[in-house]
Design a protein around this ligand. Structure first.
Ligand code: HC1
Ligand code: SF4
Length: 568
């Protein structure tokens, strides 16, 4: 909802002002010296490497076509505006120029028209409020805020930490933290759902597009990109390609963008399953630190460290696939290819904003060289393709690169809630029974978008109880019970912070804009069903990596590079 016409008009005015100022910077050629509002800019590609993007707002979502597709224009009529058809159509076509790239697909535009609010020239009545930079990833620009409260609701009801609220300052209603502390000192898990909920660019996350372009254009650097499982589903929707073509299309797209090597970090999801399931079976046997919680979601890990440190011993010590891939590439791949780690620039592409936070943690760097140098969201990747004017027809589909080329369907399932548990069960049952499983690979009961799902599996007389949880508010009652010393009845618990898992990550375009969460999940399930390898532990490239490098699962070298510790 929109709180009042005046607020909207003022918000619109502030955005319009920013766009006009940007145009004038471009015309005057100041763009390289001035802080750039990238979201409003239309510069030439040659300028890009010199721009400083990191502290500036960025394009919020995937670019929309210049003209509204027919169904979008028709959707507008579904909103009861009370305006005449002619006026309504004229209003619908008027971009608010707030700085985002939504244009005709704009929630704020629809809300404004619904409340009969007309576009006005900026009046500059309100004093400018400095942009709040009290978090390493998320920034807040009160000047664009319309007090709709969506960010507060997303934090409380979508994700769960519930740390945002309104407060009044100088007669203005602003969004801040409930405790009054800077955002990075609260229980904020850096998931970014508040950013995705904001309809007008008042909340944004720091873009790393500039650094990545600079690395690609640096002849002294070998650039490596690796892509998370859930990115396939969005690329499939965005470019209208089938799930069968999605993986090869992404590899071709990233090569076209200029990366030297492109890996699939579904490979590291397979590696995670081998490490984490081995750890789980050891704990199951000794009944120590059971239930074991998964640790691949950095939003969830942040939540435990900040709000429930008593749960730390129950977390798997495995790094997330992102950080396993980073450590493997910076150590194993550099050794194989004889590249100095400082000359290798590693970029991870994910649907997740918390992964930007994760990659920057000091424990994931050696001598100042990060295992993952930059993290792009899938939205940023689509923006980069747009900046480089890459059309789908320009992309030459190709395989991911050696030596981490082959991946399993189990690893692909990681991208949706239940996928980690399903992949772990495919290995755990085989290890417990000592027999290869061919008939029971699908665990339908842990798939889907419900907040809490369960599965019970019998393996040679042993029963394994699994819970799968997405949305942090859904896990809190279980955590409270464990802290009280009560029995929860589960052996393994998968937790993903975002509802439905990474397919709903805030680094993806908003689902309703281009597809649905169900469709995203189905893309991953379809890829799994048609994969040559459907169990992580049978991926030949994983087996070779153990043979040639790590030795065996949970070996000392595996512990050094693939496991971590947590801090309260
Ligand atoms: Fe995820 Fe994961 S599944 S956390 O959702 O374990 O981002 O896709 O990359 O690391 O593999 C996100 C997705 C992702 C990790 C894997
Ligand atoms: Fe990131 Fe996925 Fe966790 Fe959301 S569920 S915070 S997208 S890792």
């Amino acid at each position: 909802c929109v709180t009042g016409p005046a607020t909207v008009i003022q918000a619109v005015a502030a955005g319009r002002h920013a766009a006009e100022a940007m145009d004038s910077f471009l015309m005057k050629g100041y763009v390289k010296e001035q802080p750039v509002d990238y979201s409003c800019s239309r510069g030439s590609l040659e300028d890009l490497p010199q721009w400083e993007f990191e502290k500036t707002p960025r394009l919020k979502r995937a670019p929309m076509p210049a003209l509204p597709p027919a169904e979008r224009r028709d959707n507008f009529r579904e909103v009861e505006t009370g305006l005449s058809e002619e006026t309504a159509r004229a209003e619908a076509r008027r971009c608010l120029k707030c700085g985002c790239y939504e244009r005709y697909d704009c929630d704020l535009r629809q809300e404004a028209s619904l409340h009969h609010i007309e576009f006005k020239k900026p009046v500059h009545e309100r004093p400018y409020i400095p942009i709040v930079e009290d978090h390493s990833i998320i920034i807040r620009d009160h000047n664009k805020c319309i007090s709709c409260g969506r960010c507060i609701a997303a934090c409380a009801e979508v994700e769960g930490p519930d740390i945002l609220s309104f407060y009044m300052k100088h007669g203005r209603q602003l969004v801040g933290t409930k405790s009054g502390l800077p955002l990075d000192q609260t229980d904020c898990v850096s998931c970014g759902q508040c950013v995705n909920a904001c309809p007008c660019g008042a909340l944004d996350y720091r873009s790393e597009i500039g650094r990545v372009f600079r690395a690609i254009n640096d002849p002294g650097k070998t650039t490596v990109a690796f892509v998370a499982p859930a990115v396939r589903s969005v690329v499939s929707s965005q470019y209208g390609i089938s799930y069968q073509e999605a993986s090869q299309f992404i590899a071709g797209l990233l090569k076209k963008m200029g990366f030297d090597k492109v890996f699939d970090f579904t490979f590291a999801a397979d590696l995670t399953i081998v490490e984490e399931t081995t750890e789980f079976l050891t704990r199951l046997q000794s009944q120590e630190r059971i239930p074991q919680f998964t640790s691949c979601c950095p939003g969830w890990v942040n939540f435990v460290e900040r709000r429930y440190p008593e749960i730390i011993p129950y977390l798997s010590s495995c790094k997330s696939p992102q950080m396993m891939m980073g450590a493997t590439v910076k150590n194993h791949f550099t050794e194989l290819s004889e590249i100095d780690p400082k000359d290798l620039y590693v970029v991870s592409i994910v649907p997740c904003i918390a992964k930007k936070y994760e990659a920057a943690r000091p424990e994931f760097a050696t001598d100042g060289i990060r295992d993952v140098d930059a993290v792009l969201t899938s939205t940023e990747m689509l923006e980069m393709a747009d900046i480089k004017l890459i059309e789908p027809a320009d992309v030459e589909p190709q395989d991911f690169c050696e030596p981490y080329k082959r991946v399993s369907g189990a690893g692909i399932l990681f991208g949706a809630s239940g996928g980690v548990a399903e992949a772990a069960l495919r290995m755990a049952v085989e290890k417990l029974t000592g027999e290869a499983i061919t008939d029971r690979l699908d665990y339908q009961e842990v798939r889907g978008l419900q907040g809490i799902k369960e599965a019970a599996v019998e393996a040679k007389g042993k029963k394994v109880n699994v819970a799968v949880i997405s949305g942090l508010h859904n896990v809190e009652p279980i955590l409270e019970k464990i802290i009280e010393g009560a029995e929860v009845g589960y052996d393994l618990i998968e937790v993903m912070a975002c509802p439905g898992g990474c397919i709903c990550g805030a680094g993806h375009p908003v689902p309703e804009k281009i597809d649905t969460l169900e469709k995203r999940q189905q893309v991953l399930v379809n890829i799994d069903q048609t994969s040559r390898y459907r169990k992580s532990q049978e991926n030949p490239d994983i087996l070779r990596l153990y043979d040639e490098y790590y030795g065996e699962a949970n070996s000392p070298l595996a512990h050094k590079l693939l496991h971590t510790h947590y801090e309260a």
